[in-house]
Design a protein around this ligand. Structure first.
Ligand code: TRH
Length: 389
């Protein structure tokens, strides 16, 4: 592979590879399918590719894509050919480019068929801001038995990584949306938005100290409105209010906190929620990236990993993300992140964090613009495949 290929730089082009297969096995939650669906759609919309998305978990797919019909083995949605990936795997032909998302292990019969076709085979990895990512991005991995080569493709925050998922026109849509007052979005219809409150969205894992966070919000000196899309934390939120189980459309108040339970939103509706709030709590991978693009301050909770690897991942991200920010502003956000992810809480850190929101807002806008200057992940994938030899 040449240097230009390693860095994703353009050289003389081979004809575009037309058919792409993306394989997605849902481990849990929504990130796996959320990312694969977003990527598939972008490859169709912006690169004119013929994309098949193979997914094994129909329930998660349905949650994310309400128009998805769980009775069908195959269906077209917004230009993407979605197939149910069943244990007995049937396919017509191997694609030109094969994306194995998050080391999901391709079906054996498909891998055998790849030997004759020799497609570009990429393992799309999880996102991390750690330094080693640059070194491993685009590293080849020969198959142990067959004449096949897989390439590791790492998303990331620097030019020498695979970049971040970002659709063309996302910033323009966000800016247009944020200009409008009152904000016209689907969650608004379900909630009575009060002006002059601190608007917060909350999407996190149930092991986070949610009760303590809600208590700190309730004790705030000024009003806080917290929007919670329906998720696995609803029981904890209900228990905080000592109430019947909360349901979509419910509103509860304690002290200076008002909570609105929203439906699980569409991906674009969720973007609008992030764009509308002054502070967003996000998790996993895809909502984390969307929070960055929202250009609003956020608290990211990484997916829990053994031996506290997620805390290393978090520290690496904060190191990169907070670079250039005055320490007096950066420190409350760093402390909040690390404490929240370690499942501890101190009410004081909520006060300190909210006191620094104006400075954090400027920084969030700056970082979104700076990262938005880099080529996005879909474009980098396409360029890499065009130059692959
Ligand atoms: O759901 P997540 O925790 O996903 C994961 C999984 O744990 C997965 O196994 C792991 O590999 C990955 O993280 C790192 O969090 P994430 O990644 O933010 O995905 C949530 C998706 O759901 C994202 O596409 C945004 C979307 N979403 C909506 O569309 N509507 C909503 O209302 C909300 C709250 C989220």
């Amino acid at each position: 592979m040449t240097d230009a290929q390693m860095t994703g730089q353009k050289t003389a082009r081979r004809p575009s590879r037309q058919r792409w297969d993306i394989f997605c096995r849902v481990v849990d939650n929504f990130g796996d399918i959320g990312i694969c669906w977003r990527l598939a759609k972008q490859l169709v919309d912006e690169h004119g590719l013929d994309v098949r998305l193979w997914v094994d978990d129909l329930i998660s797919t349905k949650r994310l894509l309400p128009e998805f019909d769980m009775t069908l083995l195959r269906q077209q949605i917004r230009g993407v050919d979605i197939h149910h990936w069943q244990s007995e795997f049937r396919f017509d032909a191997v694609a030109d480019v094969v994306i194995e998302a998050f080391a999901c292990e391709l079906p054996e019969n498909y891998v055998l068929a790849m030997v004759a076709k020799q497609p570009v085979w990429l393992n799309l990895e999880y996102l991390s801001a750690e330094n080693w990512v640059e070194e491993y991005h685009l590293k080849p991995s020969p198959h142990p038995r067959l004449a096949l080569n897989k390439t590791f493709f790492f998303p990331g925050f620097t030019e020498h990584t695979g970049g971040l998922l970002r659709e063309r026109g996302l910033f323009a849509a966000r800016d247009e949306f944020q200009k409008q007052q009152p904000l016209p979005n689907e969650f608004r219809q379900n909630s009575n938005i009060v002006s002059n409150t601190l608007k917060v969205s909350l999407f996190c894992y149930p092991h986070a100290p949610i009760h303590d966070l809600l208590a700190a919000m309730a004790a705030s000196l000024s009003p806080v409105q917290c929007f919670i899309p329906e998720s696995s934390i609803l029981g904890i939120v209900s228990a905080f209010f000592g109430d019947q189980p909360l349901a979509v459309g419910d509103t509860r108040t304690r002290g200076n906190l008002t909570v609105n339970i929203l439906p699980f939103l569409s991906q674009s509706g969720y973007d609008e929620l992030l764009w509308s709030c002054d502070l967003n709590f996000v998790r996993g991978e895809d909502s984390w990236i969307r929070a960055i693009w929202a250009a609003r301050p956020f608290v990211w909770l990484p997916y829990h990993q053994a031996e506290d690897t997620h805390l290393v991942k978090l520290a690496a991200f904060l190191e990169r993300y907070l670079e250039g920010l005055d320490d007096a502003v950066a420190e409350p956000l760093r402390t909040f992140h690390m404490t929240w992810a370690a499942e501890r809480f101190d009410p004081d850190m909520w006060k300190k964090l909210t006191a620094k929101l104006p400075g954090l807002q400027d920084h969030a806008a700056h970082q979104a613009n700076a990262l938005g200057q880099q080529a996005d992940l879909a474009a980098k994938l396409v360029i890499f495949c065009e130059n692959f030899s």
